[in-house]
Design a protein around this ligand. Sequence first.
Ligand SMILES: Oc1ccccc1-c1ccno1
Length: 249
Amino acid sequence: MRIDVVSIFPEYLSALDLSLIGKAREQGLLQLTVTDLREFTADRHRTVDDTPYGGGAGMVMKPEPWALALDAARTRGPAGAGAPEQRPVLVVPSPAGEVFTQATARELALREHLVFACGRYEGIDERVVEWSREHFEVRPMSLGDYVLNGGEVAVLAMVEAIGRLVPGVIGNPESLVEESHSDGLLEYPVYTKPALWRDRPVPEVLLSGHHGRIARWRRDRQLQRTAARRPDLVAALDPAGLDRADRDV
Ligand SMILES: Oc1ccccc1-c1ccno1
């Protein structure tokens, strides 16, 4: 998978040099490039914003630097090399976007080329989104219903959520199976040594070695935790995925 990120704060994305994603880049499992939008300005002040038409507070990001930067990113990827298979996906972090979920991460982890456009100020001139549809599948994307100062933090979260699903990035793919949201439920509580810690014991069943009982206990905890913290996820569950014991929780 190829990932391109465009930002006026490229150093914000240096966390992608570290840990799992950094190792995947070293191993060639992910090709990731971060580009400074200001490289695509033509004036001596490297201007990327201007006042909004129609008035209002703040500044809007100018369209031309973005068009040049996105074109450069597009031609850097597989599709740019003439492969017609897939148009690159242009992810535009925005509070006005679709909500990014684990299902979105799974979907985007299957794509060949993702380009992330980190907007700042009051946002990017809307004509960039319209223009981009010619060469990209454009996906305005939100992390949730709150406001950030720019897209960089959202991109860090999305690249990690997507990158870890790319085959080979996580050493043991088994660990992806029982995570929160992998089966529509929140994950069960976990424990490790010591068996007694500050007068708090580990649940006895986990020390029993009885795998069937342990599996049932964990599933029950998932259902109870999800019902308590995310009733919206319970409502969205497919009843066909629940067995009789699930219904008794
Ligand atoms: O609030 C934002 C500002 C810029 C880019 C993205 C966001 C955002 C908010 C929630 N998810 O993304």
